[in-house]
Design a protein around this ligand. Structure first.
Ligand code: ADP
Length: 244
């Protein structure tokens, strides 16, 4: 379970998160949707302290963190339990697909090299790229690079995987393959998945829980059928009308 309690965050005068409260159940797929600039990415990045919220509490199962008081050791602990899939993949350009996946395992998790390699191969196959183990990022399409990014996150076996608009940098024809891999991950992996995306069809099909944010607040949240098909709030209706 991830719980946000009264999370606030400002960049200078710009109040980006204005008291976020919500609970994301363990093992669920939660999709966060909303207009650009509503604070979705900032909220996601606050979980692993890539953005440090100004106040509030973040609870990861038994681990309670007052964000104002969190120490380096606390942040390290929370990062050990989470992995992130970035919009722009962030692969090492001078490392092969296999080495990119191994890197986090050997450096961060201190897994011995042989075991890390075995794991990396397993997860490469899981994202359908077993045949690209020795390819460098520039030899891969954006969709393939993002699938490597997903394999890298999976290999860490985290409690939580945070997806930050994983398909928004891709050419439209490459979006489908990444969403397919994410769907498979959602079905097969026990980790809690939190996905910021504009892919409403994906949310409808794969999410257990949908959060609609606007202007730094959660406007409404609930099961996808409720939020995406029968929203109660005017702001949600307006937002969704752009996707019909
Ligand atoms: P969303 O993901 O919903 O598009 P973001 O969380 O990315 O929204 O951004 C919310 C607001 O915070 C925007 O106004 C954005 O310009 C601002 N913002 C995000 N990151 C930073 C940053 N590092 N420094 C200053 N402002 C930021």
């Amino acid at each position: 379970m991830i719980e946000f309690k009264d999370i606030h965050k400002a960049f200078g005068e710009n109040k980006v998160l204005k008291g976020i409260n919500c609970t994301i159940p363990t093992g669920s797929v939660t999709v966060i949707v909303g207009p650009s600039g509503s604070g979705k990415t900032t909220l996601l990045r606050s979980v692993n302290f890539l953005e440090r919220a100004d106040s509030g509490e973040i609870i990861l199962d038994d681990f309670h963190l007052d964000v104002e008081k969190a120490t380096k050791a606390d942040i390290h602990k929370i990062r050990q339990r989470t992995a992130m899939v970035f919009q722009m993949y962030h692969l090492f350009k001078n490392k092969t697909a296999l080495e990119n996946i191994m890197e986090g395992l050997t450096i961060v998790r201190k897994v011995p090299k042989a075991a890390a390699k075995e794991k990396a191969i397993y997860f490469l196959e899981k994202v359908g790229l077993g045949h690209k183990a020795n390819a460098y990022p520039h030899e891969l399409s954006g969709g393939q690079q993002q699938r490597i990014g997903i394999a890298r996150a999976l290999a860490l076996n985290p409690d939580v995987i945070l997806f930050d608009e994983p398909t928004s940098a891709l050419d439209p024809e490459l979006v489908g393959e990444v969403l397919e891999v994410m769907k498979k991950v959602a079905q097969e992996v026990n980790s809690t998945l939190v996905v910021v995306t504009h892919e409403i069809a994906f949310a409808r099909e794969v999410a257990d829980h949908v959060i609609f944010m606007d202007g730094g607040v959660i406007v409404e949240q609930g099961p996808p059928q409720e939020i995406l098909n029968h929203p109660k709030e005017e702001r949600t209706k307006q937002f969704l009308s752009r996707y019909i």
